[in-house]
Design a protein around this ligand. Structure first.
Ligand code: SAH
Length: 259
């Protein structure tokens, strides 16, 4: 019996897969990829003899059946997922039935689109004395939000918010941030298809204009919304610096430097 590897393909750029993920793709006897989300470019690492299928039109059950069937014939089977498999990836829904059938599985992490989006815009999600926390969340769609996790409650922390799966729900995002007391001119970053070979779009907006700006830019899917007090720091006149690199701060690898 083979093993099923849930591999994070990264956000779009084929080179943003891990070396481990790339090696597994080249060894795999069968690969099932999420065609609606994973860039075709990721398949360049697959060997010519590999069985490749797109899960775009499959149900969760069909996905499990496909993976289990291939694990009966190949030592290495890969389920290729977008970004990191642990975020909004239906990982448990597929992995548990495999485990119940005695098929071993392992997860290889990937670069999440949250990080690719921050990178595309040259932004940092944490800054000393601005915010030291990041929340990965979404607005309520067909999947209900558990109690205490509605966006307004999370936004009340005024930290960095990476909002997935919400490009068409910008009005809900605006409403939640307003409820949490964010100012109308709070900067908001929207990145569509971060790192993709084609179609990447980096858009700066603010709370007041979020919906109209997204509509004008025709952003409706595969977009990350980042609301954060850190946005734009590269253009700020002043910035509190990290203690780690401060000349008057000693640690295990460096003594205090006199200036
Ligand atoms: N596991 C994935 C998220 C899957 S949910 C990850 O770690 O990134 C799908 C949502 O992720 C999309 O609705 C969008 O909000 C975001 N997303 C995925 N790829 C993206 C990309 N290249 N650029 C911007 N957002 C992306």
């Amino acid at each position: 019996m083979g093993k099923v590897w849930f591999v994070g393909a990264g956000p779009g750029d084929a080179e943003l897969i891990t070396v481990k993920g790339m090696n597994l793709l080249s060894q795999a006897g069968a690969v099932l990829y999420a065609g609606s989300l994973v860039s075709q470019a990721a398949l360049r690492w697959v060997s010519p003899s590999c069985e490749v299928a797109d899960s775009k039109s499959m149900t969760l059950e069909e996905i499990t059946v496909w993976l289990a069937g291939k694990a009966g014939r190949h030592a290495t089977v890969v389920r290729l997922q977008t970004g990191d498999p642990s975020l909004y990836g239906a990982l448990m829904e597929v992995a548990r039935p495999l485990k119940q059938q005695g098929i071993e599985f392992q997860v290889v992490p990937g670069v999440s689109s949250a990080f690719a989006s921050a990178a595309a815009a040259g932004e940092s999600l944490t800054l000393p004395e601005v915010t030291q926390s990041v929340i990965f969340t979404r607005t309520e769609g067909r999947t209900p939000m558990p109690a205490g996790e509605d966006l307004a409650a999370l936004a009340s922390h005024h930290c960095s918010l990476c909002i997935f799966l919400s490009a068409t729900l910008t009005e809900q995002v605006q409403q939640a941030l307003r409820e949490a007391g964010w100012a109308e001119d709070s900067p908001i970053l929207i990145v569509q298809k971060a790192s993709w070979p084609e179609g990447e779009q980096v858009l700066y907006s603010n709370l007041a204009d979020l919906k109209t700006d997204c509509q004008a830019a025709k952003i409706s899917s595969q977009a990350m919304i980042i609301a954060s007090p850190t946005l734009g720091a590269k253009n700020w006149r002043e910035l509190k610096k990290s203690k780690l690199y401060a000349a008057d701060f000693a640690h295990r690898f460096r003594k205090i430097k006199k200036t």
